[in-house]
Design a binder for this molecule. Structure first.
Ligand SMILES: [Zn+2]
Length: 275
């Protein structure tokens, strides 16, 4: 989370071979400039990754800027800022909507994309954590569309119950086993140092986890943890920050390293009984 991001929308840009990025007009503290929609050229036509939020203006730009007919819509995940435009885009192009199932989207998918499955030049990498239906999409030349899993400008909100910190750790670890050279995220600029950035995000979460365990050697409230870690952020982001701390606590609770004393606000570290 960043304190005062620059929300000037970037120009539409060709960000890798055969990939055009268009940023939707939904800037804000959780979306930076807005949602990135990617137009990917395939042999048979154009694939739209993450059409974005409902917006007539954004719909016209996608249609205008597609060099050839749109043949498919693929969702990185079903959060509204990434996908609510999909039904309108599907209706105006006749293209099917693909994504991971079950999906958080408020409309049905036409086709399911499972882990490791390939459609055209894109291969689905199942990466839950930010959401349970999250896919990264591997493209040619070491390019990976990372959705909201890894972004350059901000860490990811992990908001229970749909967001799960244990899954988020595993998904970051999974990306570290790959050799991608460029990340194209769902918000913000492209990431040119993928391994370094992913390693940094994972290290940050591990550090935070260690801090939480240390601080809960005596009972501590989520409000106190929030004040310790996030006193610098604007009020509009404090709900997301609180939910991310809660996600950490739920992971540690599952691992029997902390427990709550009052149903979820106050937490204390579980003393190891092993010698
Ligand atoms: Zn999201």
């Amino acid at each position: 989370m960043s304190a005062s991001p620059d929300l000037t929308p970037p120009d539409t840009a060709r960000v890798s071979t055969g990939v055009l990025r268009i940023t939707a007009p939904n800037p804000g503290p959780g979306t930076l400039h807005g949602t990135n929609t990617y137009l990917v050229e395939e042999d048979e036509g154009v694939v739209v990754i993450d059409p974005g939020p409902e917006s007539d203006e954004h719909l016209s730009r996608i249609l205008q800027l597609s060099s050839r007919p749109i043949i498919r819509i693929v969702l990185t995940h079903g959060h509204p800022d990434h996908c609510t435009l999909a039904p309108a885009l599907a209706a105006s192009t006749g293209s099917p909507i693909w994504g991971y199932a079950p999906s958080l989207a408020s409309f049905p998918l036409d086709q399911v994309l499972g882990d490791g499955e390939t459609i055209g030049t894109l291969k689905a990498i199942y990466t839950p954590g930010h959401s349970p239906d999250h896919l990264c999409l591997a493209h040619r030349d070491g390019v990976l569309f990372t959705g909201d899993l890894v972004m350059g400008w901000s860490s990811t909100v992990v908001s229970p119950p749909n967001g799960r910190m244990a899954d988020y750790f595993r998904s970051l670890e999974r990306l570290l086993t790959r050799n991608d050279t460029l990340y194209l995220p769902g918000h913000g600029p492209l990431v040119t140092n993928p391994r370094e950035r992913t390693g940094e995000l994972l290290a940050r979460r591990m550090r935070r986890e260690a801090e939480i365990i240390a601080q809960s050697s005596t009972p501590v409230t989520i409000a106190t943890l929030l004040e310790s870690y996030y006193s610098h952020i604007p009020p509009s982001l404090s709900g997301a920050a609180r939910r991310t701390i809660h996600a950490h606590l739920l992971k540690l609770d599952e691992e029997k390293r902390v427990m709550t004393t009052d149903g979820g606000e106050t937490w204390v570290a579980v003393q190891s009984t092993q010698a």
